[in-house]
Design a protein around this ligand. Structure first.
Ligand code: FMN
Length: 177
């Protein structure tokens, strides 16, 4: 089966998963901007991976637009975020990014990436710093922080890497089935 793996990544975590998947499936690998729509449509199976920014999966819109042209093909989408792998996290990412109708055509997976502030663009670094200071203000005001807010404060100054090659197995099984 002719398979393509396409990814969009800001700091390398999603790229790493995409490389592992492409290697395991002996698939072609492209960064999202480096492949044209008609090339994508020519494959039998399409795997798309994008990192999570404010719960949205980077670049996913493009694959969603191509769904009518990909009818009948195997399509897997994976999102990569800093949040730990938990059923409620996966469900909320899924619901935020894909409709029930789209989920009939797309198999969705979530993999844990990591965080590296220094590798982010200036704009993203600024956004993160603003988010951090607003959480700190809330903390100083004596308000209770959510689990996500506490995790964010802890993650901020540390380069973390939770990537796990074994996490891709269910996606591989789906494409190979
Ligand atoms: C501005 C910003 C927003 C983010 N939003 C989320 C999010 O909503 N959920 C999540 O799990 N991770 C979030 N993250 C963390 C990234 O998804 C995580 O660092 C991911 O591993 C990046 O992958 P990449 O290197 O492939 O871009 C966010 C990071 C930044 C900088």
């Amino acid at each position: 089966m002719k398979t393509v793996v396409i990814y969009q990544s800001k700091t390398g975590y999603t790229k790493k998963y995409a490389q592992w998947i492409a290697e395991a499936l002996q698939a072609d690998l492209f960064e999202n901007t480096k492949i044209k729509d008609d090339e994508i449509i020519s494959y039998d199976a399409v795997v798309y991976g994008g990192s999570l920014f404010a719960t949205g999966i980077l670049g996913l819109k493009r694959i969603k637009k191509l769904l009518p042209s990909l009818a009948g093909k195997k399509i897997a989408v994976f999102g990569v975020g800093l949040s730990p792998v938990r059923e409620d996290t996966i469900n909320s990412v899924k619901q935020h990014n894909l409709t029930e109708e789209e989920l009939k055509a797309i198999h969705f997976y979530y993999f844990r990436g990591g965080f590296n502030l220094k590798k982010l663009s200036f704009i993203d670094q600024t956004m993160m710093k603003m988010m951090k200071s607003s959480i700190e203000k809330k903390k100083k005001a004596g308000k209770l922080l959510t689990e996500d807010e506490n995790e964010m404060l802890e993650a901020f100054n540390v380069i973390s890497d939770f990537t796990d090659r074994s996490a891709i197995e269910p996606l591989l099984s789906f494409i190979q089935s």
